[in-house]
Design a protein around this ligand. Structure first.
Ligand code: XMP
Length: 512
């Protein structure tokens, strides 16, 4: 991609914010990749970067073994922006001073601009920035101008425009630095001379070209899950190679209400994509008969899924390529850009290695928000583009105990009401997930003059950034009230609704 787009590399010194910096750079329409701080110089040069950003990091520059970049990096003539630890590293490497002052700065900090220079031009003289550091640059290296300071950082911003070196002690990438994006833009557009050409249209054009080149005249299959990643990948591949693509949608009968029809509508009817829709509910239910342990459920569903997929693949013997919806964060986390293996254990929908497909990963350079933007640009419906995450084993892990057709029906109807009401309240996109759970108990209630003995439904709604941690959502009472009365009134077999107010940890998002 480096040939078509200007590239700015984010050099990762162990920052929790490296991904965020790369995302912000891309929001400025400049393509950005994260590289480890010890990347060999030759490899870095091959990426042809127009600029490099040194991220922050947890170390002190004086600590033994503190990460440092290749010393020759500073002689390449490529503009560099150091952030926090990166700022200190730049100062120290070029002959400045970094000291452990007694004034640590954490959080919102007032900064005073001394002269605008490149990074701070046209920005207010007094502004708030977000800091998080112990050490401070106390003396800028020769050739640098100090352009801003705070009470704890005499060199809060410095620049040497002749050599193209810039350093900021604060974090421009976080939303708590109100002018942070402007600072980043000045570095990208002024200091690095980048063009804002990483746009959705150009991403799509380039991906289409790449897919055509990789796939040639061969046939390719794509498993659809109903989620945004596989949907976007499928539509991109279809745009590139048309009827060479066949999509396979294994409906294990554990999906949410209306999902199957929506896949049909979108892919077969709207996009005119070859679609094999396997309706396998009975098969899965048979395998799940008597299974109550959550991990056995997952394993059973995973194995059956693979079996069904293999049967389809057997019918498509002349197909040699397989679409995989891998995203950029998966690649950063696994540390291998060319991960060519399919991890069958990692999810339902993971396929066994013995299926000898060559992988096509059209989303491998994209963050989730970019995938959504590409999906929207390609004309995928809003319900798919903005669908909340849904586990591969589906409703089976939201039915506590044995999964039966009756319980699936109850849960599916209740879940549809939850989604409808959450959407109606305008909360759907801000919640990470909101859904219903069917526990394996019955409770007593009274309807009319009749005693009832029926299931409760548990409502779960969480906010989260990445599902690693989550907090229960403070839903308005009116929304809770509407969900509860609708579920009890409309779903036969339910007489009570409870709301789960546990955070993760110690609970998890799903109940199984
Ligand atoms: P937990 O319940 O572990 O869930 O807090 C974290 C996120 O992962 C999803 N999840 C799964 N996704 N297969 C999946 O594809 C699974 O077996 C599975 N279990 C949990 C869950 O919905 C949440 O977004």
């Amino acid at each position: 991609m480096d040939q078509e787009f200007d590239t700015v590399l984010v050099m990762d010194f162990g920052a929790q914010y490296a991904q965020l910096i790369a995302r912000r750079v891309r929001e400025c329409k400049v393509y950005s990749e994260i590289v480890p701080y010890d990347i060999p110089l030759e490899e870095l040069k091959k990426k042809n970067p127009k600029g490099i950003i040194f991220s922050g990091g947890p170390s002190s520059v004086y600590q033994d073994g503190a990460p440092r970049p290749h010393p020759a990096l500073l002689d390449l003539g490529i503009p560099i922006l150091g952030i926090c630890y990166g700022h200190q590293l730049l100062a120290l490497s070029l002959g400045g001073e970094v000291s452990r002052t007694d004034r640590k700065e954490y959080g919102r900090t007032e900064m005073q601009v001394l002269e605008p220079g490149v990074l701070l031009s046209e920005l207010p003289v007094e502004q708030v920035v977000w800091m998080s550091h112990g050490d401070s640059v106390t003396q800028a290296p020769d050739g640098f101008k100090v352009t801003a300071r705070t009470r704890g950082s005499p060199v809060a911003v410095m620049e040497d425009t002749r050599r193209g070196f810039y350093g900021v002690q604060f974090h421009p990438e976080v939303v708590h630095t109100p002018h942070g994006m402007e600072v980043l833009k000045r570095f990208l557009y002024e200091a690095c001379d980048c063009l804002p050409s990483w746009t959705m249209v150009s991403i799509i054009e380039k991906s289409v070209e790449d897919i055509r080149e990789q796939v040639g005249n061969n046939k390719i299959i794509c498993g659809l899950s109903g989620g945004v990643d596989s949907a976007t990948a499928a539509v991109l591949v279809h745009k590139a190679v048309g009827d060479q693509l066949t999509c396979v949608f294994v409906d294990h009968g554990l999906l949410r209400k209306g999902e199957g029809e929506q896949v049909e509508d979108t892919f077969r009817r709207h996009f005119k994509i070859n679609l094999i829709h396997i309706k396998a509910e009975e098969r899965f239910l048979k395998r799940l008969h008597g299974v109550t342990d959550p991990e056995v459920k997952r394993k059973t569903i995973g194995e059956e899924f693979i079996r069904v997929f293999e049967e389809v693949a057997d019918r498509l013997k002349d197909t040699s390529f397989l679409v995989q919806g891998t995203l950029y964060p998966d690649i950063i986390e696994s540390g291998t850009r060319d991960a060519a293996k399919i991890k069958s254990h990692h999810n339902v929908g993971g396929l066994p290695e013995k299926m000898q497909f060559t992988l096509v990963e059209p989303l491998r350079l994209l963050f989730k928000d970019e995938v959504r933007a590409v999906g929207e640009e390609l004309g995928l419906p809003e319900e798919i583009v903005w669908r909340q995450p849904f586990p591969g084993p589906g409703l089976a892990i939201r039915i506590i105990g044995e999964v039966t057709a009756e319980k699936l029906h109850i849960l599916r109807e209740a879940d549809a009401i939850v989604t409808e009401e959450i959407k109606r309240a305008g909360l759907y996109r801000e919640l990470w997930q909101s859904f219903a759970i069917l526990p394996d108990i019955k409770t007593v209630g009274v309807m009319g003059d009749e005693r009832t003995y029926a299931y409760p439904i548990v409502l779960r709604a969480v906010v989260s950034e990445d599902a690693m941690t989550a907090d229960w959502a403070r839903l308005p009472y009116e929304v809770l009230e509407r969900i509860s009365s609708r579920i009890i009134g409309e779903v036969a077999g339910v007489n009570r609704v409870a709301f789960d107010i546990s955070s993760k940890p110690p609970a998890t998002i799903e109940w199984e």
